[in-house]
Write a protein that binds this ligand. Structure first.
Ligand code: CIR
Length: 270
């Protein structure tokens, strides 16, 4: 991830992966409450996501769906990237660990420096919020202290601070960047607690935009444009985005959200 607070550093590429047909039955999920994934609708929504990244000027590196890894579409978890260096994650869930091999090839082909992590360190990229100035790392059921240490070693130039994640899969299920020094944060108790921890322990200060629904707090900030969910998916948060003085694009994500996938999960921005 590049520093979005300076005008000169912009995303130019994104890595994405197709949606395997094994996802509806076999993807990991925290709960069945949202019902079954409609596979063809998931594919349609994902295709719009990919088209939107292209529309925003990014060159896409598109990996084919891997039926043996039902969660492969959630590429964000597999690597943390910053300034030509990629940390390949030892993913928190054992069923996902085989996703790293093909990602290694992508970064080797790009000529990036690649770091790997070793058990017992675990980390999911969904726990890593890079603010442009420092890394905030969710300590969750997927990411442990050793995982945080691996990240700190891979990116020695930046401060790294652990943030407790409760009641959510990842830190970025509760907050993401929505502009330079601006973090959009969900309205749940868990999100508020995570924000308070950031306020008291992060190295830098940030502005906060609070949205009622946690799921609304996961948006993409790409070269000055915020990509967020549409009104029918976040009815009590949608209007809050109108306060942002930047370009906005809406993208549906109802199907992959059923298996805990948010907008940021679906790409690695380079
Ligand atoms: C999992 O449980 O790993 C997937 N079903 C969802 C991963 C979502 N990834 C993310 O938030 N970065």
């Amino acid at each position: 991830m590049e520093d979005q607070s300076t005008k000169s550093s912009r995303y130019t590429k994104a890595i994405v992966c197709g949606v395997p047909s094994s996802l509806p039955a076999l993807a990991q999920r925290q709960s069945d409450a949202l019902g079954a994934v409609d596979y063809s609708e998931a594919v349609r929504q994902h295709a719009k996501y990919v088209a939107t990244l292209k529309h925003l000027g990014l060159e896409l590196i598109e990996l084919p769906a891997d039926e043996n890894h039902p969660d492969c579409v959630f590429v964000e978890d597999v690597a943390v990237v910053c300034e030509g260096v990629a940390l390949l994650a030892y993913l928190g869930h054992p069923s996902r660990r085989g996703e790293s091999a093909k990602m290694r090839k992508v970064f080797d082909d790009l000529g990036w420096t690649v770091h790997e992590m070793e058990h017992p360190a675990t980390l999911d990229g969904g726990d890593v919020l890079f603010t442009g100035k420092e890394f905030l790392v969710g300590l969750s059921t997927r990411t442990n202290h050793q995982g945080l240490d691996s990240l700190a070693k891979a990116f020695p130039k930046y401060p790294v601070t652990g943030i407790t994640v409760k009641d959510n899969l990842h830190l970025k299920c509760m907050m993401t960047m929505a502009g330079p020094d601006l973090i959009v944060v969900g309205g749940s108790e868990a999100s508020k607690n995570a924000w308070n921890e950031i306020e008291s322990t992060a190295r830098f200060k940030y502005k906060r935009l609070v949205v009622n629904e946690d799921k609304a707090a996961n948006c993409l900030y790409i070269n000055g444009t915020v990509v967020h969910l549409p009104a029918h998916e976040i009815p009590s948060s949608y209007d809050t985005f109108k306060q942002l003085p930047c370009e906005k694009i809406e993208l549906e994500n109802s199907e992959l959200f059923k298996v805990d996938g948010c907008l940021t999960c679906l790409s690695i921005l380079l």
